[in-house]
Design a protein around this ligand. Structure first.
Ligand SMILES: [Zn+2]
Ligand SMILES: [Zn+2]
Length: 166
C-alpha cells in the first residue's frame, strides 16, 4: 500500500507500514471518529479523539456519563497550570491537581481525565482502558438541535467547577 503524503501530514505523524495495513485511514477522519456500540444496552455511540482545536479539557465522572469542561482560559485552571509548569509537571500530574480541585459530580462521583467513558443510556462503562484523550458522544445523526439542547445540560457541566477559588 502506498502511503499518501496528505494523510501523514494531516495526522501529524508518519505511519509505519504495519499501521497502514491494519488501519483504514481516511483523510477526513484524523480524529479517529468511530461508531461503536454500548456492550451492555447495544445503543450506538461515537468515540472521537479529543480535538486539539477545542479550548477545553474534558474530565469525566467516575460513576456516571457526565463530564466537566474546563476552559483553558478559566482563571483557576490557568493558576493551576502555571504552578504545574513551574514545577515541570507532566500533563497527567496537572490533570490530577485539577481533579482534586473540582467539585464532585451531582451523582457524588469524582471527575477524572482518565475515567471510563460511559453510555448515556445505561451508564455502563464503554471505553475503559486508555480513556484519556477520547471523547464519547451520541451518534451525530441521532441528535438533532432540540435533543442536543436537552442533552448538553444533562451530561455536561461548564461552570461552578471548583471547590473554592484561588
Ligand atoms: Zn448502554
Ligand atoms: Zn456523576
Amino acid at each position: 500500500m502506498t502511503m499518501i503524503a496528505s494523510t501523514s501530514y494531516i495526522k501529524g505523524f508518519t505511519m509505519t507500514e504495519d499501521q497502514t495495513n491494519t488501519q483504514d485511514v481516511e483523510d477526513d477522519n484524523w480524529l479517529n471518529r468511530q461508531r461503536i456500540t454500548c456492550p451492555a444496552c447495544q445503543r450506538p455511540l461515537e468515540r472521537i479523539d479529543h480535538s486539539p482545536f477545542i479550548d477545553y479539557h474534558y474530565l469525566y465522572c467516575d460513576t456516571c456519563p457526565i463530564h466537566v469542561e474546563v476552559c483553558y482560559y478559566d482563571e483557576t485552571f490557568q493558576a493551576l497550570d502555571q504552578a504545574a509548569s513551574r514545577e515541570n509537571d507532566s500533563h497527567t500530574s496537572l490533570m490530577r491537581v485539577i481533579e482534586a480541585r473540582l467539585k464532585p459530580c451531582a451523582c457524588g462521583g469524582s471527575f477524572k481525565h482518565d475515567a471510563p467513558r460511559r453510555c448515556f443510556t445505561c451508564h455502563a462503562p464503554v471505553i475503559i482502558d486508555d480513556a484519556a484523550g477520547i471523547d464519547l458522544w451520541p451518534p451525530e445523526e441521532e441528535v438533532d438541535e432540540e435533543q442536543e439542547a436537552e442533552w448538553w445540560p444533562r451530561f455536561t457541566r461548564a461552570d461552578d467547577l471548583w471547590r473554592d477559588t484561588l
